[in-house]
Design a binder for this molecule. Structure first.
Ligand SMILES: Nc1ncnc2c1ncn2[C@@H]1O[C@H](COP(=O)(O)OP(=O)(O)O)[C@@H](O)[C@H]1O
Ligand SMILES: [Mg+2]
Length: 321
């Protein structure tokens, strides 16, 4: 089968960390053709989604004696071709956030792909519908107390009642712009002003979960089923657990409470075509649902000696029937 991956420039990917590379390796290991393209290489011609695609061959990275073994030339590109994306069996949309207007245009180009011919994941309609922060609010029964507002008075009131809160820009990722808000902090008003762009942009505020010190669990779901999990523990003076800001990764269990959350979100994820998703869970509460380019596979595989990219690719094979 032919697998296409819409990714950020391959030169910028870290083969020891990026889940897109793990998925491409798994597709190659299963004997499939792997092609790559990027968002700005997509066009519509005669009503069809067309892409400038490059076949890629990967030299899989390996974890040997406590460190990654990576060859300098970990990928080899072959000459590019303009192809109708319906010639691919599977298209993975794996561009990193932020979800900008051009990003949404790309999902609308992907809307033109005939689902009978090609599986696109995550489904463009799901990517259009699911803001990574707001989408979790479909499941407030498993979330910490959360509000969304651009009103300074509303935000101040929430923080005052709880002494503390966590502010999240709605379009952020990897810990960007996440703030710990504390009642009595002399910068509180200023932080609210800057984050809401002086009341013009809504942000999310969540009650602060002290369990965040023990970690922020990333659970990877494939069509609503758990396929792996990893804990990310804040280090030093940092309160955020994201790997991008130095969070230490550690093996973890998926608890009964975590499974309850997964069961709560799974039907809607399936309905919205959000087949490959990473949910974030802190102290048994759902804090975020990552749908654009969830990561974590490399760390899960390294800690558990697994290869969870394989079931993802096998599931895609089965989806085509
Ligand atoms: N409600 C919360 N209480 C305590 N810490 C939180 C809370 N929500 C998020 N965090 C911390 O902030 C980090 C980033 O939050 P998250 O919502 O996952 O946004 P993103 O990963 O997209 O930047 C988490 O890894 C966690 O350490
Ligand atoms: Mg997160």
């Amino acid at each position: 089968m032919k697998f296409a991956f819409i990714i950020d420039p391959i030169t910028k990917l870290d083969p020891t960390h990026d889940t897109s590379v793990a998925l491409m390796e798994a597709a190659q290991a299963r004997g499939h053709e792997v092609w790559i393209t990027s968002a700005h290489h997509l066009s519509i011609i005669n009503g069809k989604a067309i892409a400038l695609l490059e076949p890629v061959e990967l030299q899989p990275v390996k974890w040997v004696d406590g460190s990654w073994s990576v060859t300098k030339e970990w990928y080899l590109l072959h000459p590019e071709q303009m192809l109708n994306l319906e010639e691919m069996d599977v298209v993975f949309m794996r561009t990193d956030p932020p979800v900008t207007i051009p990003y949404l245009y790309v999902t609308q180009i992907l809307d033109l792909i005939d689902p009978q011919k090609t599986l696109v994941l995550n489904a463009p309609r799901g990517l259009q519908a699911a803001n990574e922060k707001l989408y979790a609010l479909n499941f407030i029964e498993v979330m910490p107390e959360t509000i969304v507002s651009s009103e300074a008075s509303v935000i101040r009131d929430f923080v005052e009642k709880r002494e503390a809160g966590v502010l999240k820009p709605l379009g952020g990722k990897a810990g960007e712009g996440i703030l710990f808000l504390e009642w009595g902090d002399r910068n509180l008003n200023s932080l609210i002003e800057i984050s809401t762009k002086w009341g013009r942009e809504p942000v999310m505020i969540q009650s602060y979960l002290p369990a965040a010190k023990e970690g922020d669990k990333r659970i990877i779901l494939l069509n609503g089923e758990v396929i792996g999990a990893v804990n990310r523990i804040p280090t030093g003076s940092e309160f955020r657990g994201n790997m991008a800001v130095g969070g230490r990764v550690a093996q973890t269990e998926v608890t009964a409470a975590d499974r309850k959350i997964c069961d709560a979100v799974a039907p809607k994820l399936r309905e919205d075509g959000l087949y490959f998703v990473g949910i974030d869970v802190i102290g048994g509460y759902l804090t975020e649902i990552n749908v654009t380019s969830p990561t974590g596979i490399r760390e899960i595989d390294r800690l558990n000696n697994s290869q969870i990219g394989l079931p993802v690719i096998e599931w895609c094979e089965g989806f085509k029937g």
